[in-house]
Design a protein around this ligand. Structure first.
Ligand SMILES: NC(=O)C1=CN([C@@H]2O[C@H](COP(=O)(O)OP(=O)(O)OC[C@H]3O[C@@H](n4cnc5c(N)ncnc54)[C@H](OP(=O)(O)O)[C@@H]3O)[C@@H](O)[C@H]2O)C=CC1
Ligand SMILES: CC(=O)[C@@H](O)[C@H](O)COP(=O)(O)O
Ligand SMILES: [Mn+2]
Length: 379
C-alpha cells in the first residue's frame, strides 16, 4: 500500500488524483491533504478518504474543521500545515498539485524527508529547479512528472541517456485564442480566455495556456527535469493535444506519446511508475480523429513564450520574476482589473527592471518572489 500526501486536493489535478486513488483502494491510501479555501469539498474528501492530516490555508478555517472532526485528524494551516502534509511519516509519495510558488518549500521538505515527488506544480521547478534537482539527487529521491507534456517526454525517454537525445519537442494546443490575431486579442474577455479547446483545468493554467506562458513554464520545467539545454527544447503548435510531446533522438527517430486529454493517465502513471495499470479514461481512437495538425510556433504572436525562453536561458532569479509577475498579472486579469494583453506588458516590465542574481539560494528566491509580487501589484 502506497501512502499519499496531496497538496491541492480540491483543485483540478487534486480531484483527478483522488479519482486515481478511489479507483485503486488496494494500492493507494490518502494519508494527508492540503487545500486552500474550498471547505465544502474538503469536508467531503475527509469523510470519504479519512486522511490523518489536513491543512487549510487560514487559521479561521482550521478552527472550523477542528470543531467538526475528531481529534484523530490533525488539522493545521498555512505554511506549517503544507510542510506537515508534505512530510507526513506514513506517506511515501507527495503529489504536488497546489497552485503557484507556495508549492516550493513543502516540496523541498518532502525531498529532505525522502519522499518520492509526483510533480504537477510547475512553479516549483521554474523558480528553484537547480535547488530541487540537486536536493533530489543528493537524497536519491525520484521527481516524477505529472504535467502531460513532461510525462510524455519521460515515457518517450524510457531511461535513454542524455547523449542519445537530439531535442525535446513540447506540443502546445495554442489555447483559447490560437486562431485570433494580436489585434483581435485587444478586447477578449475572461470568459473567452477560460474556454480551453481541449483540456478542463484550473483557471490560472487555462489563462497561461491562452497567453502561451504555460508552454514557457513547461520549457523551463523540461530543462530541469530532463537536464537539457534550452537550445534542445522546441515547442510545436499541435491543436488536437493528441500527441502530448515527443523526443527526437540522434539517429533521427522521433518517439511520441499519445493519448486522450485526460490528466488521470499521467497522474496515475506517476503513482504506479514503473508499472502501468488500467485507467477509466476514454481510449484514443485515431481512425475517428483522422488527421493531426502541426504548425511552427510564432514567437511574435505568443510573446510570453519568448519571455520564458529568455528568462530560462539567463537563469538566476529571472525565472522567479517571470513566474511571480505572471501569477500577479493573471490574478489581476481574472479579477477583471487588467486586459488580456496587459498580462504580457506587466511581465515584460517586471523582467526588464530586475537585476538578476546568479545561482540564488532558497532565501533569495523567496525574497525575490515576494518583492516581485509587491512591485507588480502596484503597476
Ligand atoms: N489542471 C491541469 O490539468 C494541470 C495543472 N498543472 C499544474 O498543477 C498545478 C495546479 O493546477 P490546477 O489543479 O489546475 O489548479 P486549481 O486552481 O484547480 O487548484 C489549485 C489547488 O491549490 C489550492 N491552493 C491554492 N492556493 C493555495 C494556498 N495558498 N494554500 C493551500 N492550497 C492552495 C487550491 O485550494 P482551494 O481550491 O481549496 O482554494 C486547489 O486545491 C498548477 O501549478 C498547474 O500549472 C499542470 C499540468 C496540468
Ligand atoms: C494538461 C496539461 O498538461 C496542460 O499543461 C495542457 O498541456 C495545457 O495545454 P496547452 O498549454 O498546450 O494549451
Ligand atoms: Mn502541460
Amino acid at each position: 500500500m502506497k501512502g499519499i500526501s496531496l497538496l491541492g486536493a480540491t483543485g483540478s489535478i487534486g480531484t483527478q488524483t483522488l479519482d486515481c486513488i478511489r479507483s485503486n483502494p488496494d494500492r493507494f491510501k490518502l494519508q494527508a491533504i492540503a487545500v486552500g479555501r474550498n471547505l465544502d469539498l474538503t469536508r467531503k474528501i475527509i469523510q470519504e478518504f479519512q486522511p490523518s492530516v489536513v491543512s487549510v490555508q487560514c487559521k479561521e478555517d482550521q478552527e472550523k474543521l477542528r470543531a467538526e472532526f475528531s481529534s484523530h485528524i490533525k488539522i493545521y494551516y498555512g505554511e506549517e500545515g503544507l510542510i506537515e502534509v508534505a512530510t507526513y511519516k506514513e506517506s511515501q509519495v507527495l503529489v504536488n498539485a497546489i497552485l503557484g510558488s507556495v508549492g516550493l518549500l513543502p516540496t523541498l521538505k518532502a525531498i529532505e524527508a525522502g519522499k518520492t515527488i509526483a510533480i504537477a506544480n510547475k512553479e516549483t521547478l521554474v523558480t528553484a529547479g537547480h535547488i530541487v534537482m540537486a536536493k533530489a539527487k543528493e537524497k536519491n529521491v525520484a521527481i516524477l512528472p505529472v504535467d502531460s507534456e513532461h510525462s510524455a517526454i519521460f515515457q518517450c525517454l524510457n531511461g535513454e541517456s542524455d547523449k542519445e537525445i537530439e531535442r525535446l519537442i513540447i506540443t502546445a494546443s495554442g489555447g483559447s485564442f490560437r486562431d485570433k490575431s494580436r489585434a483581435e486579442l485587444e478586447n477578449v474577455t475572461v470568459e473567452d480566455a477560460l474556454n480551453h479547446p481541449n483540456w478542463s483545468m484550473g483557471a490560472k493554467i487555462t489563462i497561461d495556456s491562452a497567453t502561451m506562458m504555460n508552454k514557457g513554464l513547461e520549457v523551463i520545467e523540461a530543462h530541469w527535469l530532463f537536464n537539457q539545454p534550452y537550445e534542445k527544447i522546441d515547442c510545436l503548435l499541435h491543436r488536437e493535444s493528441t500527441i502530448h510531446s515527443m523526443v527526437e533522438f540522434k539517429d533521427g527517430s522521433i518517439i511520441a506519446q499519445l493519448g486522450t486529454a485526460d490528466m488521470r493517465i499521467p497522474i496515475q502513471y506517476a503513482l504506479t511508475y514503473p508499472e502501468r495499470i488500467p485507467t477509466k479514461s476514454e481510449r484514443l481512437d485515431l481512425a475517428t480523429i483522422g488527421k493531426l495538425h502541426f504548425e511552427k510556433m510564432d514567437f511574435d504572436r505568443f510573446r510570453c513564450l519568448q519571455f520564458a525562453y529568455e528568462a530560462g536561458k539567463i537563469g538566476g532569479t529571472l525565472p522567479v520574476v517571470l513566474n511571480a509577475a505572471n501569477e500577479v498579472a493573471v490574478h489581476a486579469f481574472l479579477a477583471g482589473e487588467i486586459s488580456f494583453l496587459q498580462i504580457e506588458d506587466w511581465i515584460e516590465k517586471a523582467l526588464t527592471s530586475h537585476q538578476v542574481i546568479a545561482n540564488p539560494d532558497l532565501q533569495t528566491i523567496l525574497q525575490v518572489d515576494k518583492e516581485t509580487r509587491e512591485v507588480v501589484s502596484r503597476y
